[in-house]
Design a binder for this molecule. Structure first.
Ligand SMILES: *Cc1c(COP(=O)(O)O)cnc(C)c1O
Length: 354
């Protein structure tokens, strides 16, 4: 029956980091340091857990299709912007692409970056145009607009996954001014950085800012993402979305998590302290970044070898060799619990070869 399937889905999809976990297990590490997925090592806010439990008895009903509780909490937190919410930011990325891209349409992606944009564009019949970042992994707005000319949609991730690089608001404003398509700014890790792009929403009609509850808010398992969207675009988005996006449990938890600002602040403070320690104490160069992970240059070694050697020492990190546009000597290390971070620093010092 496979001849019935579109060719886009007959090949490799999203790459999960499972190999390193297997190596660690085979080496006898029953509880390895898990620093490959940029998750939050800490459980969600107790208020979020309580809110989720409270709605469980009511799940015989469909959820509120307007996601009112969560949208209200977003307005409380950020102000009177226009928001949409979905099953992870990945769900929003899918729906945004669906509203804009049809067969053969071109989409610009500032590369190297998160791989899901390309997969989602392909699924919609679109064509990805890679727009290379500069050698320091930042984006030059002038070169970006030149290379992205003629595309309808562009993805730019800041802080970028996997490099950690954060763009200034001036760079993003310059792109919004000069790019004729819609810019999707992926801010999955923005809570770990000081930059604030929100005011740009008041000025630009071609900007969408994607955010997630999966990282700083510890709700990866509940799948909640949201976006700041221009007013004109909000009703269009809803026409393309599935009728019920957030489920009752994840919506209740996400609304409560947003309100628990102390919880997220504690986590952000801890991440920033460890990011500084990784920069200062890792024997290999660390790319300056604003996320809850760092990218480390292990040259002249190879990323895949370093991942294997770290896994043998019970530390699971991500090789960046699978990110198109990156040379094969970078690894990405999430900031985890203190014992996991210490385990990484100890292991990488042991493996360091100048
Ligand atoms: C984790 C991640 C997402 C997806 O987040 P979900 O809300 O869990 O779907 C989107 N973009 C980037 C860059 C990410 O790292």
């Amino acid at each position: 029956m496979k001849h019935l399937i579109r060719k886009e889905f007959l090949e490799q999809g999203y790459v999960f980091a499972t190999r390193a976990a297997e190596i660690a297990r085979a080496a006898g590490h029953t509880r390895p340091a898990r620093l490959a997925s940029n998750e939050n090592p800490y459980p969600p806010s107790p208020k979020a857990i309580k809110a989720a439990e409270d709605v469980l008895p009511h799940t015989n009903r469909y959820p509120d299709e307007t996601n009112r509780a969560f949208i209200d909490a977003l307005k409380e937190r950020h102000g009177e912007y226009h928001f949409v919410a979905s099953v992870g930011m990945d769900g929003i990325i899918d729906t945004v692409i669906r509203t804009i891209i049809s067969d053969g349409d071109r989409v610009a992606v500032a590369t190297p970056t998160y791989s899901y944009y390309g997969l989602a564009v392909q699924a919609q019949g679109g064509v990805t145009v890679s727009v290379p970042r500069k050698a320091d992994f930042s984006v030059d707005p002038h070169a970006f607009c030149r290379d992205a000319a003629g595309t309808k949609l562009a993805f730019l991730c800041t802080p970028n996954n996997p490099t950690g690089t954060t763009e200034t608001t001036e760079t993003i404003a310059a792109i919004c001014e000069n790019y004729e398509g819609i810019l999707f700014l992926d801010c999955a890790y923005i809570e770990f950085d000081e930059t604030d792009y929100r005011p740009l929403m008041e000025k630009y009609e071609n900007l969408i800012i994607g955010r997630t509850m999966s990282k700083a808010y510890s709700l990866a398992g509940l799948r909640v993402g949201y976006s700041f969207v221009p007013a004109w675009y909000e009703p269009i988005y809803h026409r393309a979305a599935t009728p019920f996006t957030l489920n009752m449990v994840s919506q209740a938890a996400a609304a409560a998590a947003l309100e628990d600002t102390d919880h997220v602040e504690r986590i952000v403070t801890m991440v920033k302290e460890w990011r500084k320690r990784f920069m200062d104490e890792c024997p290999y160069p660390v790319v300056p970044g604003g996320a809850n992970y760092v990218m480390v240059d292990v040259a002249p070694g190879r990323a895949d070898d370093m991942v294997t050697e770290l896994a043998q020492k019970g530390v699971i990190v991500r090789s960046c060799a699978s990110f198109p546009g990156l040379p094969e000597h970078y690894i990405r290390v999430s900031i985890g619990e203190p014992w996991e971070n210490e385990a990484f620093l100890t292991a990488i010092r042991e493996l360091y070869q100048p």
